[in-house]
Design a protein around this ligand. Structure first.
Ligand SMILES: [Fe+2]
Length: 146
């Protein structure tokens, strides 16, 4: 398989965004408080577990394209568009922040899909479109919990 650097570049940002969002969601799983504690604690758990699985899937897709898979806090923080978790915020603010971060990640997935389509990389296109659908479902659940 030929090395596809444009797709690998976009996938690397998507990988970093996915890792950063998994960490933020896990932070909120730990730190959420209030009357909705248990349901949000469980909701965030399901979402960060799914995101952690996607981290592996995306990194291994980069390797299948013969690219280098970034995997350090330094690389991820340089690549990602997702902001760090905020300290001391309410559960409503956590939900709002997670919706915004998911939307940013969905935009990156769309960019990756467009690049994959231009390059005729149907394998990556297929993976990324599936991930967009998963994150849209997350947004629905986060919005409905507000
Ligand atoms: Fe836990």
């Amino acid at each position: 398989m030929k090395t596809n650097s444009a797709v690998v570049e976009q996938l690397s940002v998507l990988l970093a965004d996915t890792y950063a969002l998994a960490l933020k969601t896990q932070n909120y799983h730990w730190n959420v408080t209030g009357p909705e504690f248990y349901s949000l604690h469980k909701l965030f758990e399901g979402q960060y577990e799914a995101l952690h699985n996607d981290v592996d899937l995306l990194a291994e897709r980069i390797r299948a394209l013969d690219g280098y898979a970034p995997g350090s806090f330094t690389e991820f923080s340089q690549l990602t568009n997702i902001s760090n978790a905020k300290k001391g915020i309410s559960s409503k603010e956590m939900l709002e922040d997670l919706v915004n971060s998911h939307e940013s990640l969905i935009m990156q997935a769309q960019k990756t899909a467009d690049t994959a389509e231009e390059e005729g990389d149907e394998g990556t296109l297929d993976i990324v479109v599936g991930k967009m659908e998963d994150r849209q479902k997350d947004v629905w659940m986060l919005r409905s919990s507000k």
